[in-house]
Design a binder for this molecule. Sequence first.
Ligand code: GUN
Length: 289
Amino acid sequence: MTARWIDGKAIADEIRLEIAHRVKEFVSQTKYKPHLAAVLVGENPASEVYIKNKRLACEKVGMESTLHLLPADIRMPALLDVIASLNRDPTVHGILVQFPLPGELDEGTVVHAIDPAKDVDAFHPLTVGLLVEGKPRFLPCTPEGVHQLLLRSGIEIPHKHVVVVGRSSLVGRPLSIMLSQKGPHADATVTLCHSRTKDLAYHCKQADILVAALGRPEAITANMVRPGAVVIDVGIHRTSAGKLIGDVAFDEVARVASAITPVPGGVGPMTVTMLLENTLRAAIFQRQA
Ligand code: GUN
């Protein structure tokens, strides 16, 4: 079998077009644009690229984005002051503080400081709590990106056995909650595997849908995949030769899977797309509040 490629770029473009239409409608009704405030602390080249991409994506769908550049040696109270002023600013709808933070700055404290109504990363404990309750306000960007990739590729989720590898609070854990929830777009049976799982290959091989989010280059090999399974690769790594690869050994797994996401061009473009969705939701939510 040769797997069908799930084209994350094309699906992300399709969703961004829909978001752009909704933004236009919002602007015509309210006379203002949904506005994402991005906070970047220090000079991390990877973070600079991520922030640039996020801001560009905002502009392309008609949203406003502002960048708040802060020095690497900023102290926690000053950083919290910046967040408090963005929380108070009624023209700001979404706040994103790019991680990792340099030095001793505590990411948990920063997450807790963001107004949950502006929590477009969906990291705040209130946002996570609402998700666990089954009444989400914002969905975490990468997990929802994976979910949308499956839905829009016509891959049935209800009754399927989804095996998620990796229990991070950013991806694996929230995704396992989302896909096991009640509803026509979820209702999966989910197994969550992690670094302490015994016989990882055995569990992976039970999957109808296998999601690799363990953060180890090409850790998922063909012998771990049931023939015909759908494989979603959340990982992204750069080899010493400069090539981008995922958590899945793509070439060999593509020979046994029925569908697979490439790296790059799979989950990656979906994450930023879901940030746009959350920023629009935040603007709508604050208008109604
Ligand atoms: N650093 C890596 N991924 C993310 C993300 O999704 N949000 C934020 N704020 N920082 C990140």
